[in-house]
Design a protein around this ligand. Sequence first.
Ligand SMILES: NC(=O)c1ccc[n+]([C@@H]2O[C@H](COP(=O)([O-])OP(=O)(O)OC[C@H]3O[C@@H](n4cnc5c(N)ncnc54)[C@H](O)[C@@H]3O)[C@@H](O)[C@H]2O)c1
Length: 370
Amino acid sequence: MIIGVPKEIKNNENRVALTPAGVTEFRKHGHTVYVQTDAGKSSGFTDDQYLEAGAGILATIEEVYAIAEMIIKVKEPIASEYDLIKPDQLLFTYFHFASSEPLTHAMIARKAVCLAYETVEKTDRSLPLLVPMSEVAGRMAVQEGAKYLEKPMGGFGILLGGVAGVKPANVLVLGGGIVGTQSAKMASGLGANVTIVDISLARLRYLEDIMPANVDTVMSNEYNIRELVKSANLIIGGVLIPGAKAPSLITRDMLKLMKPGTVMVDVAIDQGGCFETSKATTHEDPIYEVDGVVHYCVANMPGAVPYTSTLALTNATLPYALQLANLGWKQACSNNEELRKGLNVVNGQVVFRGVSDAWNLPYTDVKGLF
Ligand SMILES: NC(=O)c1ccc[n+]([C@@H]2O[C@H](COP(=O)([O-])OP(=O)(O)OC[C@H]3O[C@@H](n4cnc5c(N)ncnc54)[C@H](O)[C@@H]3O)[C@@H](O)[C@H]2O)c1
């Protein structure tokens, strides 16, 4: 199969969908890979590295779309790419169709085969191509929180781990899923006192077992959160109710209970945020203050660490991309239910229920297409 890797052109997207190591794997299986010039530059991969791995380098995005049977990307195509997409072309990338009607209509019109990273699903219902980005964001939340707790950055002026004779900071983590677990690991590793709250007792039991002694677990309810915010220096929001807006666990009136200079990092901002006072920010202008509390609400946190994010993402996507290249999308999706769940739009038909519901479009059962 001929695989094309365009350079990401969405604002502030520095990741690339395939590394030179991935090119080597495709070549080993007899495939041909074309990478747009400088596609890997912001992630630390040069054209020469791709050439050495056996890829061809193409000068323009038009050439990549024109030659490729499968396009591997990171972000959804933006409007300027729509007309480059050919009927039957397989696109393997994040789409998030339910949040963009124009994108959905464009992909239907182009009659492409759209396999979305975010809906590839394992039998235990986990989402293997979303997990790596939650891992990155969860770890980064502590790094960002520590930075904004510094006085010159607007924070309380406390070191997360304290020093001999001085108590460490208190970190409150809302949600003990992927983001919350990674945040708790990083914060506890730095020596902070960490409390994780979650609504799942089973999850709290598991975390209690695996976390170090400076991590406590507490049941999530309004009363407990109201008490915990009083002593928290850093609050990290990582709750998720799949398919729904995140619940506002920290209400505006709770800010008055906090110490001035408390820092709140709302990782769940991409689902609306779990603090009532959250609004999405960017890496250029990441924070704002409400009632003396610093809010960090960057919606694409992993974008700031493209080297790590690219490797984490491609480690997860490559095995699926290889199956698609080796077998073709029909056979690969027929063999592998995880991949089949990634199909969203196929040759002009919507085959994912959430997308047809979101935009009131007819739904076609994907099984009828094999
Ligand atoms: N901002 C970014 O750049 C970025 C990057 C990656 C992920 N995210 C987002 O982070 C959020 C968390 O992702 P995840 O992968 O950790 O999800 P996850 O499903 O692994 O974990 C969510 C946890 O929240 C818990 N929860 C649900 N309701 C709760 C409540 N009322 N109180 C306490 N806990 C509650 C669940 O029990 C679960 O353990 C998602 O919205 C995800 O999209 C954002």
